[in-house]
Design a binder for this molecule. Structure first.
Ligand SMILES: *Cc1c(COP(=O)(O)O)cnc(C)c1O
Length: 427
């Protein structure tokens, strides 16, 4: 398309980068079709939950103060519970982010003397202070909750023998992180998570299993709550907010676990009865409605990036051809300079703040410097096109999001362009 190429050229994309992108796209058409099928299924799943719960304009009204009898909020929680096939859900703008949602779920369900087990290696950076792996005031460790960890085997598989011997009489809750986060291990499929949950429950039937579902929602047709998780937890400025939710987190799970979470979030005795929606219901409902197709667009972007970068000699996790279980694409760039160039490209392609230059800096909750590129309508939203990564070996950027596939494509082409412009590679 001559017209498109001309426009892209005025935006800084060279004909060579564009042509390389088109060649790449030709190879991955079938995968895009498969993603559209999953999105179609998940769209119907969300739609039928909204219909079943009779979502109406009354659900969009703002409430203030205590938020008693907030029908919009209560109904949204029923919609989430139906989509995740759980007894209950807590979906709140008062949950400030994913880390907060996970903190609520953990601290509500672990008491002094209990032990938390991660059978999948070190949890996400920000959770390390929550747990007390890195000491912090108010960590679970400070409250007398101990932590145990079993690393993955060298091939990325579960260490079943290690897990069996790590589960003891104190083990109360097992946390499984679905997505790789800032690690370079593979992301687990829902099937793998189901196998792990079955194993853990065969060793200790009453153990609570929580899945950190960040970035995984709607990538498959099933969720960890379909395969035995007692709680699935995530952020509304990632997948399930569909790019429209300006804040929030969710916990879907058994009534017993979710009730405790609500008591922890507000206060014992108050639970889910309080919490005004402050006028955010339209974007929380509409974002959830859009999420399956937004996730599909982001996943296409991730697959495009892997197929663009891998042939140029950069290791991609997941690689160009393997199946996907979240929307994150890690590209190992091998140097700080390349990370900066890549992130400049993502930033330059953004609808917001496209004129700023990302540079590495310190971030609360992270123990090395981090570079972040994001020009988002919602600050920090990684459902929107963004790239980030800690400045440390193997100098991997974690690329994710894109509210539309067309924007994801342009951002990735721009990242490649900046790498070429910096003399880091030639096409
Ligand atoms: C993003 C993320 C979190 C934390 O979410 P925030 O909203 O950034 O606090 C936790 N776990 C995983 C796997 C994540 O990707």
């Amino acid at each position: 398309m001559e017209e498109l190429l001309n426009l892209y050229q005025t935006m800084g994309i060279s004909p060579a980068v564009y042509a390389y992108g088109e060649e790449t796209l030709d190879r991955i058409k079938d995968r895009f079709a498969a993603i559209d099928k999953i999105a179609e299924y998940n769209q119907a799943k969300v739609l039928s939950a909204m219909q079943k719960n009779k979502v109406s304009a009354a659900c969009f009204a703002a409430t203030t103060g205590y938020g008693y009898d907030d029908v919009g909020r209560d109904n949204l929680e029923k919609v989430y519970a139906d989509v995740f096939h759980t007894e209950a859900a807590l979906v709140r703008p008062q949950i400030t982010c994913g880390t907060h949602a996970l903190t609520v779920a953990l601290s509500a369900n672990l008491l002094p003397g209990d032990e938390l087990l991660s059978p999948v290696g070190l949890p996400y950076d920000t959770l390390q202070e929550v747990i007390g792996i890195r000491p912090s005031p108010c960590s679970l460790a400070e409250y007398g909750v101990t932590y145990n960890q079993v690393d993955l085997l060298p091939d990325g598989g579960f260490d079943y023998d290690g897990i069996r011997s790590a589960i003891n009489e104190k083990t109360k809750l097992i946390t499984i992180q679905r997505s790789k986060g800032y690690a370079t291990r593979p992301t687990f499929s829902v099937k793998q998570i189901g196998d792990l949950i079955s194993f853990c429950k065969s060793v200790k039937p009453d153990v609570i299993v929580m899945v950190d579902n960040c970035y995984g929602e709607f990538v498959e047709t099933v969720e960890p709550s379909d395969v035995g998780a007692d709680m699935v937890v995530g952020s509304l400025i990632k997948n399930p907010g569909g790019g429209l939710a300006p804040i929030g987190g969710y916990i879907a799970g058994t009534k017993r676990c979710v009730d405790r979470c609500a008591y922890r979030l507000s206060a014992p005795g108050l639970g889910q009865e309080v919490g005004a929606n402050l006028g955010l219901m339209p974007s929380l409902y509409q974002g959830f409605f859009l999420s399956p197709t937004v996730v599909a667009g982001a996943e296409k972007g991730a697959i495009f990036a892997a197929n663009l970068y891998e042939p140029l000699g950069f290791k991609c996790v997941p690689n160009a051809t393997e199946s996907r279980h979240d929307i994150i694409q890690a590209v190992e760039l091998g140097s700080e300079k390349a990370m900066v160039a890549f992130c400049k490209g993502i930033q330059a392609a953004a609808p917001v703040d496209s004129y700023v230059d990302p540079i590495p800096g310190d971030m609360p909750g992270y123990d090395s410097q981090v570079i972040m590129a994001a020009g988002a309508f919602v600050q920090g939203s990684t459902m929107e096109l963004s790239a980030d990564g800690p400045i440390r070996e193997p100098y991997a950027v974690y690329f994710q999001g894109g509210l539309t596939w067309a924007h994801a494509k342009l951002g990735i082409l721009m990242s490649l362009q900046k790498m070429v412009d910096a003399g880091l590679l030639t096409l």
